[in-house]
Write a protein of this length. Structure first.
Length: 261
């Protein structure tokens, strides 16, 4: 069941999403060669606590850390550890905050120092896929419009979309309906209605789409060892179009009319 948020819930979602975005921006200067993913976790954990929230991933279905850190060929759900980030790595930092009982979810793939042209392409395509997915949103449109637009662009760039993981509704629960696939057919899927809040979070591989799990049962990696990148925002559907709740830099238009211009 898709939950249409009340005005009170929407305002609470704005607060928690802003905090998640602020945490992601805060951690950016720390993503440097020589730091461990555990250190990134600890910095984010304390920042979130200091702002009156708790990290949503911690102990969620047994996940042992406060953020996800997925490096190079790791697609998602990488567990922070003593792994040292090195020059040329790319790392996705995925942050979800629980503030006053509401969850805000965002992620970004960072370059660690100077990276290769292949790594830069992977990041650029993933970022563009998120942008294209967001700009496909129209009130009265369908969830399938988002996935169709993302997959079409990824194909043009000779990249692949991971199919096993998707965006999701979010609010009082970390994961809610609808599932927001990053592939599919335009005009299909749930109708986009004002008051819906969900994430878009395409995972883009330079190689093939196939994935596998590491023995820790959380970390997902590309089967062919190709690089993978991901970006994520939490989006509110409005009567006019959409509002990207985790966009504190105001990159996105908040109306369908403006986004279509």
């Amino acid at each position: 069941m898709i939950r249409i948020k009340t005005p009170y819930e929407i305002e609470q979602m704005r607060h928690t999403c802003r905090l998640a975005a602020e945490a992601l921006r805060m951690i950016e200067p720390h993503v440097q060669p020589g730091i461990t993913t555990q250190q990134l976790n600890d910095i984010c954990h304390q920042f979130i606590l200091d702002h009156g929230a708790v990290p949503s991933p911690l102990n969620y279905r047994g996940f042992p850390k406060s953020i996800c850190t997925s490096v190079n060929q790791q697609v998602c759900h990488g567990i922070p550890s003593s792994r040292v980030l090195r020059e040329g790595d790319i790392v996705n930092v995925d942050i979800t905050t629980n503030l006053n009982g509401f969850h805000g979810d965002t992620s970004r793939t960072f370059a660690v120092g100077t990276i290769s042209s292949k790594a830069a392409k992977c990041i650029d395509v993933a970022r563009n896929c998120l942008d294209i997915g967001i700009r496909a949103i129209r009130t009265g449109g369908h969830v399938g419009d988002i996935g169709a637009a993302i997959a079409a662009y990824a194909r043009l760039q000779h990249c692949s979309v991971v199919r096993e993981y998707c965006g999701h509704g979010i609010g009082r629960d970390f994961h809610e309906d609808p599932a927001v696939m990053h592939f599919g057919e335009a005009g299909q899927g749930a109708l986009l209605r004002p008051g819906m809040i969900f994430t878009i979070e395409p995972m883009i591989n330079l190689g093939k789409a196939a994935i596998r799990h590491l023995p820790d049962k959380w970390t997902v990696v590309t089967q062919d060892h190709s690089l993978s990148a991901q970006f994520e925002h939490t989006i509110l559907i409005t009567a006019e179009g959409y509002e990207v709740l985790t966009d504190i830099d105001q990159v996105y238009s908040s109306s369908s009319q403006e986004s279509a211009a």
